[in-house]
Ligand binder design. Structure first.
Ligand code: ZN
Length: 202
């Protein structure tokens, strides 16, 4: 029998990302992961950060963030913008760093990912202070408390599952966060959006 060939049939359209407001928000997780090619670029950028080539890394992070945003992969897009911000900051380009970080933090705020906003915003405030940019740090802290309002989250108390320290897909360290509910045995990478199994702790 000759192999069946699928000419002339339109592939089923996948439902695209819902647009605009009123999109149901997921309690955790940011949606789809970035594609394998972008994951490879991300690994390269993370490697460059480790070797101190911060500005080269920053360019890759920015490019990845913009492409992720264009594809409505907003969770990774926001984290990539923030990572780009850190890379510029460590590369002594504080102004670009702040600009990129706000791009990411505003995405998190718009998507109502308040827990991530608090965590990542706080991390960037600390980074600004470490670089001696105290004025920028104060401004960001004020902006964050305006965005968060009453929604300051306590840090998670219990961890029943062990999350791998490094994302096997993009190589980011400490980027995996335990999911809850039905997905409690899985963790999601903030950077590439991949979902990884976590192991139960004794
Ligand atoms: Zn990852």
């Amino acid at each position: 029998m000759p192999p069946r060939r699928r000419f002339g049939r339109k592939p089923l359209r996948r439902p695209g990302p819902a647009s605009g407001r009123g999109r149901p928000t997921r309690p955790h997780g940011f949606g789809r992961p970035i594609n394998p090619r972008m994951q490879r670029e991300l690994r390269r950028a993370i490697h460059l950060m480790h070797t101190g080539a911060h500005l080269n890394a920053a360019q890759i992070f920015t490019s990845l963030a913009q492409r992720a945003q264009d594809r409505a992969i907003l969770g990774p897009a926001s984290m990539l913008f923030i990572q780009s911000g850190l890379a510029y900051l460590y590369g002594a380009q504080g102004e670009s760093g702040v600009e990129q970080a706000y791009n990411g933090l505003k995405l998190l705020a718009a998507e109502q990912h308040l827990e991530a906003l608090q965590r990542e915003g706080g991390r960037f405030v600390t980074a600004l202070e470490e670089q001696g940019l105290t004025e920028e740090a104060t401004e960001l802290r004020a902006w964050l408390s305006g965005q968060l309002g009453d929604h300051t989250h306590a840090s998670k108390a219990e961890h029943k599952y062990q999350v791998p320290e490094q994302c096997p897909y993009c190589g980011a360290s400490m980027s995996l966060e335990q999911l809850s509910g039905l997905n409690a045995r899985a963790a999601e990478c903030h950077y590439c959006g991949s979902v990884v199994r976590s192991t139960q702790m004794d």
